[in-house]
Design a protein around this ligand. Structure first.
Ligand code: MSP
Length: 675
């Protein structure tokens, strides 16, 4: 009987189908795909799961705005996401949608079980809800609060900067608090559970140490979700619904759970850093309560950022994967993404860096190596790769040693999910191979009869090295390895487990020199091309365009134009007075961690005092002194923490939740009114 393969289960987060996926989201999926391909090539039976997270208020509202049913909307969006993954040659075993029938049934069942065993109880929830974050906050968790004249909190902003609204609802709660000590111990006994380890410390410090609160796990304020079996006016909280996908996809609680038995627990669950909390606190507790083992590793990767922060349409800096792959090829995109993102930290995309990588790493280093090798084998060996004989010269020995090191290190990095380091390792062998050509000078050997044997060995070494390179990049690139094999006249299955430079099959015929696999591109032209693509993906409008849009809205002929929540009539906008002000002094407000107290010169008779909840983003707040900012100067003064605040400072909120004050050039006079 054939020995059965070891199994390996890897998952991506399931994506919200509420917008088009950009290169940031594509990173997570491509990274998981690389691991899946790598593990297959190492002899594993791999189950690779991805999918879409389709329930929740945001989707309900979005569909409503488009005049579609939520189902029709998610059907359309999920189709687009599936098509994208196909285009990026993602080798997932399954694509789960949380609206899949089997999933919905299993989620209702999971909820019921937790309720039956007393982990879920009915209570009343009062809290500040952010629709965008799909999360509740207590008053003390809010980054900013708005108060009425009596000091009563009437609104505010979530730490992400999104507006919150007060919601009272009957809700089911999960007794998270009951499992806090168990989780803490679990972390201690499984130090590799969260990768990188620093994220484990963050979880302990930020969420477990302050005390885990019970979690509201049902909603009655919207309907687009899985109804609670025993009380169907409630729908199951989206995160419980979403997290369960990792087990329902394998058939947990369904008709056939053989997949679940075979593949669970997952080996790697890869997620972006902002959702590590859900995957390393709530998810383990739910699994434990269900009596199930936990995934072996949850890896929280960083974000792919742009120079000016997170990608967002309003900033006009979004790059879609199709833009890059259609012009530079899928391999260039996949290579770039995994190369540019350092382990665990954020990476930065710039058009310049992308073009450089295409030109240097791909066209110059790898492309040239292949071209030179194939043309020399054609010229000197009649297109036939000579037999590989190990270690004749010191140069041969050095190349063989580097190839062995590269294979070993590449595997180590891939196992540890260090993709950028794994690729850097392959490029060491690429460089060494190019160096080997310069060292051995085959064109000199070709001239002397007595050097023919050595020339043949050099050609064999180059082909052997390229074969190793092609095998190693095969989890990351899906086209180049085939092309390299084709040009070398090799035809063999990828097998990383037994890969060795010495195993080059001899005697194969190399094909005539083909087209370069990675053509060099013009730097200026291509940087420009990418930049243009970025700005055409923008939603941002100048102030005059905003005014024009506002005026258009007020057009009496269009009085039936519906105003959405975020839009204001032009007259409302016009009433707001914005002024340039200089920060004269800034200090912390005692007893209020979030607040900074500013003294400003806004061209008034005396100084102005404004309180702003931005302390978190300005640990070095004294550096703000002397900066010029924009204030809303005609806001009704209000009291915060016993202090008067006369206006508001304008700031921007980056997509990662970071807030930054808007500053203006110092030559603008204090008190100037913005037009
Ligand atoms: N639906 C939830 C996940 C539920 S999993 C049970 C969700 N979806 S998402 O579509 O917003 O994000 C999916 C993944 O894309 C997350 O891991 C997120 O970190 C990742 N990324 C989104 N933007 C990204 C970058 N700019 N860079 C890297 N990853 C990014 O959260």
């Amino acid at each position: 009987m054939a020995e059965s393969k070891p199994t390996f289960y890897i998952t991506t987060p399931i994506y919200y189908p509420s917008g088009r996926l950009h290169i940031g989201n594509s990173y997570t999926t491509i990274a998981c795909d690389a691991v899946a391909r790598y593990k297959r090539a190492m002899g594993y039976d791999v189950f690779f799961l991805t999918g879409t997270d389709e329930h929740g208020l945001k989707i309900e509202q979005k569909a409503d705005k488009l005049g579609m049913t939520p189902q029709a909307y998610v059907d359309k969006m999920a189709k687009g996401i599936k098509a994208l993954w196909k285009k990026l040659e993602i080798s997932n075993t399954k694509f789960i949608r949380t609206t899949d029938d089997y999933h919905e049934k299993a989620v209702a069942q999971i909820f019921q079980q937790l309720q039956d065993q007393g982990d879920i109880y009915l209570g009343e929830y009062t809290g500040w809800y952010s629709v965008s974050d799909e999360e509740y906050f207590t008053e003390s968790q809010l980054a900013e609060v708005y108060r009425d004249d009596n000091g009563k909190v009437i609104g505010g902003k979530a730490p992400s900067g999104h507006e919150v609204q007060l919601v009272h609802e009957q809700s089911y709660f999960f007794k998270m608090s009951k499992y806090a000590d168990w989780l803490r111990n679990y972390y201690q006994e499984h130090p590799d559970f969260i990768q990188p380890a620093s994220r484990m410390n963050e979880m302990i410090k930020n969420f477990i140490d302050p005390g885990l609160e019970d979690l509201a796990v049902s909603r009655t304020t919207f309907h687009w979700g899985v109804p609670v079996k025993s009380d169907p006016k409630h729908v199951v909280y989206v995160w419980i619904d979403a997290l369960s996908n990792y087990i329902t996809a394998l058939g947990y609680d369904g008709q056939d759970d053989s997949g679940f038995k075979k593949y669970w627990p997952a080996d790697v669950q890869m997620v972006g850093k902002e959702i590590v909390r859900f995957h390393t606190i709530y998810w383990p507790i739910i699994l434990h309560a269900l009596g199930l083992p936990l995934p072996k590793t949850v890896y929280g990767h960083g974000w792919l950022l742009m120079k000016d922060g997170k990608m967002s349409k309003s900033k006009g800096n979004v790059i879609y994967p199709e833009t890059l792959m259609d012009r530079y090829g899928l391999d260039a995109l996949r290579y770039y993404l995994l190369r540019a993102m350092p382990y665990a930290n954020d990476g930065i995309f710039t058009p310049e860096d992308f073009v450089d990588r295409v030109n240097f790493d791909l066209a110059n280093d790898l492309g040239n190596l292949l071209n030179r090798t194939v043309s020399m084998i054609n010229k000197y060996e009649n297109g036939v790769i000579p037999a590989f004989k190990p270690g004749v010269t010191d140069f041969d020995k050095e190349l063989e040693a580097v190839s062995k090191q590269t294979i070993a290190n590449f595997k180590k990095w891939m196992e540890e999910l260090h993709f950028s380091d794994a690729l850097a390792e392959i490029w060491k062998l690429v460089s060494q191979s190019n160096k080997y050509i310069d060292q051995t000078e085959p064109w000199v050997l070709a001239k002397r009869d007595e050097d023919q044997e050595q020339l043949a060995s050099v050609m064999a070494h180059l082909a052997a090295s390229l074969r190793v390179i092609a095998e190693l990049i095969s989890p990351i690139m899906t086209h180049a390895p085939k092309e390299i094999f084709h040009q070398l006249g090799l035809d063999e299955p990828i097998d990383l487990k037994n890969l060795d430079i010495a195993d080059l099959p001899a005697g194969a015929k190399t094909v005539a020199k083909g087209t370069p696999i990675f053509p060099r591109v013009d730097v200026d032209e291509e940087v420009n091309f990418i930049k243009t693509k970025m700005t055409t993906n923008t939603k941002a409008k100048g102030r005059s365009a905003m005014k024009a849009a506002a005026e258009k809205q007020f057009d009496p002929e269009e009085t039936n134009l519906k105003l959405t929540k975020k839009e204001v009539r032009f007259e409302a906008f016009e009433k707001i007075e914005l002024k340039v002000a200089e920060i004269l002094d800034v200090k912390k407000v005692e007893g209020a961690d979030k607040l900074l107290q500013f003294r400003l010169d806004a061209g008034d008779d005396g100084d102005r005092q404004i309180l702003s909840g931005i302390a978190k983003w300005y640990p070095d707040y004294q550096k703000l002194i002397g900066k010029k900012v924009i204030i809303v100067s005609n806001l009704k003064p209000r009291k915060m923490r016993g202090q008067i605040s006369q206006g508001m400072l304008l700031s921007v909120e980056h997509d990662d939740g970071n807030v930054e004050l808007v500053t203006v050039d110092s030559h603008l006079e204090n008190g100037l009114t913005l037009e």
